[in-house]
Design a protein around this ligand. Structure first.
Ligand SMILES: [Zn+2]
Length: 161
């Protein structure tokens, strides 16, 4: 495992710096989100370019010129759409399309096993202090709350020490 310094706080610039210092690969990244005053997302997307191992200097400088066209990426996507940008500016056809969704892998069962891993003694101590045990998922902000009865049922199979 390694770490890479954040250079600017701008995600695209930090990713570029990461790929250069960590993987020694020149990488051009442009990212953008255009949000309407009422909060709706009008255009969001990113361009990620890395040269293939045998890329010529000519190809790389062509890509460098192209990425400069994406300085206002979110507005461009809102106006033209990502597919038109790929087709008309890069002459690319779509290879694959996947729906992107945010899905958290947490579940009540996983939260319950986290409670079990505390051990009965600590769980009961926490119950006495709090009245219930809440497991919070920091990825999706879900709270799994276990009542006294649920905790008793969870540890039901275990002998109290
Ligand atoms: Zn979650």
């Amino acid at each position: 495992m390694g770490t890479s310094e954040l250079v600017s706080g701008e995600i695209a610039e930090d990713f570029s710096a990461y790929f250069l210092t960590s993987e020694q690969r020149p990488t051009a990244i442009a990212l953008g989100v255009l949000v309407a005053p009422e909060g709706a997302c009008l255009g969001a997307g990113g361009v990620f370019l890395q040269p293939m191992p045998q890329a010529s200097e000519e190809t790389i400088s062509y890509a460098e010129k192209k990425i400069a066209e994406f300085s206002n990426l979110s507005a461009l996507i809102a106006e033209e759409g990502a597919e038109r940008i790929l087709r008309e500016r890069f002459g690319q056809e779509r290879y694959e399309e996947r729906e992107i969704v945010f899905r958290c892998r947490c579940s009540r069962a996983k939260a319950a096993s986290a409670v079990l891993s505390m051990g009965r003694e600590d769980a009961e101590k926490l119950l006495e202090e709090e009245g219930a045990i809440a497991v919070h998922c920091h990825d999706c902000n879900t709270d799994y709350v276990f009542t006294r009865e649920e905790i008793a049922a969870l540890f039901g199979g275990e002998e109290k020490k």
